[in-house]
Design a binder for this molecule. Sequence first.
Ligand SMILES: O=C(O)CCC(=O)C(=O)O
Ligand SMILES: [Fe+2]
Length: 282
Amino acid sequence: MQDTTVRCDAVTMAAAEPAAASYDDELRRREALREAFGDSSESDSDAPREAASSPLVGRAGRERWRWVAVPGVRGLWLCADFLPSDDQLRLLAAIQREGWFSDASNQAMRFGDLPPWAVELSALVRECICIGDVDVGISPGWTNEDEDACPLPSDLLWREPLFDQLIANRYTPGEGICAHVDLMRFDDGIAIVSLESACVMNFSRECAAYDTQNTQKHGESESTNVPVYLNPGSLVVLSGDARYHWKHEINRKPGAQLWNGRELEQHRRTSVTLRKLKASPN
Ligand SMILES: O=C(O)CCC(=O)C(=O)O
Ligand SMILES: [Fe+2]
């Protein structure tokens, strides 16, 4: 067991030393560009500016951004089409180039000085939250103008840096992550990008059980479960209730990955989780 990211199967971890964070500057964006496209794209003066400023997503991706509030879990938002397929491949290639994963290691953590592609990804998460369409769906009592009707409260959205910690997880078929709430040393506002195999992430909340007079049954509780389908290229954002009061879990044991009554085919899955460390008390 490590961190709160309790993998259901044995994993090892390649952790880096914390390093000083310098976040969103132009130099890093350029490095990210080189990383994703190679040197040639920078010297290509005919390249459109939009493409040059964001290697992980083209304009087509941006136009599709649509946020859905997951019914029943306050603070849980899904953007299913965050990364189009070619951008997913580019992100995977950038992760692959880090050389983090091997037979013995399927998780990597980085603190502070994130790789350029992760800095770029963080900026893209912010942009997606800012400009993506919002659909509050059947969330009771919300309108699209509500403070709640935004994937991240503005104090989290505009903090600097937005994220300074990442975990990349690689799951082979059958491997998942046990139910957990992320450690309290991480601040509110967590983003998870899914790549490769689709999966169902289950959110569960312990609720006290009540009898017919609505009095709590001694020592009893019931669990509310909300399954969320995470397709490759999707982004989920957790804050508030979803981050602190709901556990999340991916159970990929045979028979457990059910969606619309059918079992999902399992392949390798890679995810990138972005978080922000809480300031340490001096
Ligand atoms: O792999 C995922 O999608 C979730 C990872 C996670 O929950 C974590 O690292 O805390
Ligand atoms: Fe987690």
